[in-house]
Ligand binder design. Sequence first.
Ligand SMILES: Nc1ncnc2c1ncn2[C@@H]1O[C@H](COP(=O)(O)OP(=O)(O)OP(=O)(O)O)[C@@H](O)[C@H]1O
Ligand SMILES: [Mg+2]
Length: 418
Amino acid sequence: MSKNTFDLRGMKILIVDDTSPNIDVLRQTLEPQQYEIAIALSGEAALKVAPKFLPDVILLDIRMPGIDGYETCRKLKENESTREAPVIFISANNETEDILEGFLVGGVDYITKPFQIQEVVARVETHLKLQHLIKEHEAKRLEMKQVATELLKKNNRLKETMEQLKSAQKKLIQSEKLAGIGRLTESMCHEILNPLNIIFGVTQAMEMERPEDENLQKDLASITEEIKRIENITSALSDFSAQGEISLESVNINQLIQQILEKQKSKGRLDSVKVNQDLATDLPDSLLDTQLMQQVFVNLVNNARHAMEENGTLTVSTQFLAVNENTNQISSNGSPVPQGLGHLRVKFSDTGKGIPPENIGKIFDPFFSTDPEQTGMGLSISHSVVEKHGGSITADSDGEKGATFIIDLPVVHRDAQA
Ligand SMILES: Nc1ncnc2c1ncn2[C@@H]1O[C@H](COP(=O)(O)OP(=O)(O)OP(=O)(O)O)[C@@H](O)[C@H]1O
Ligand SMILES: [Mg+2]
């Protein structure tokens, strides 16, 4: 590499020597090259100066009073900040032993006294060039490392975004499919209810025509019962498919729960049940579809009531969880759930017969019911409603000690709405 490719001006040289004439000669030799030069008159002084001055090359006399050049070199190599600076030993003679010892303690070169000016200049320049190259290389390495880290971060962010997009896309497809199924269901229900009404009418007419025929009356009663069952199923299916867009309004969930419990009590549906309310006082209002959420809570109250004998206890609690654990959540309609507002947790715990482990994975499936009189749509509707709000509903049951349903809903305010 040609001399011109390096600009060594301003590079730092530390001269360590106890003899002024030597220092003068070295200084006069090196100063014209426009290096920055520092002087230390002993090994001890060198150890103090070097970590502050951070030389690119050290010229180190071997024979000095106090700690000699070898010891000074050893110590310089022990210190992290001076370890990399190349040491050129200054030897009074060129005896092989001296030179060898110098290399052993970490020196990279040597010059001999009396100084040959051109030799000194050449050796110093060679080591400065090397240092220059090493530093340049190190700077490039760090730069590359930084670029690589940045790229890695960007790549990870990209991966995360891709995952989110994929899951949003999946949910969108799912909700599109659901909407299609919903429309189909709606018209099916309609088509079923029309002939069913006719059958019901004919059954009633036959009941009135032949009141004396007991067998016939029995058969007609069971037909009527089955008609009611089909009606229930179709109306539950209709409810399920009718949940298109949700209509949000700012609601206090505590009030909603209290209204429902009052209503259920006034209808006599909680006569045999003790109801405990443990409602949080710091609950923020949130945007919810009141009607749909009411439907969810009524389903949970009904289920608990069905599961309990006389004297059961239903405990309803609410809680505000300030930090949203489900970061980067995407709601079932594909839009991201606003972050940072925390979420509401509503728990319904009962002392009923509990849910056997083999059923716990099925209870949110449409039409799953352990009661032949029921449609088995309550929990699947509830699940879909909660999902539409960007929340989750889970069930927990410890054998026969009852069941607990936990609903988590993100707190959403009007200004945070997408
Ligand atoms: N609190 C509960 N304790 C014990 N089992 C429960 C409880 N809630 C739900 N289950 C079980 O989950 C099943 C499904 O509940 P879901 O509400 O979907 O349907 P259902 O109550 O049977 O009928 P529907 O609500 O449509 O009238 C129930 O049949 C019951 O076996
Ligand atoms: Mg139910």
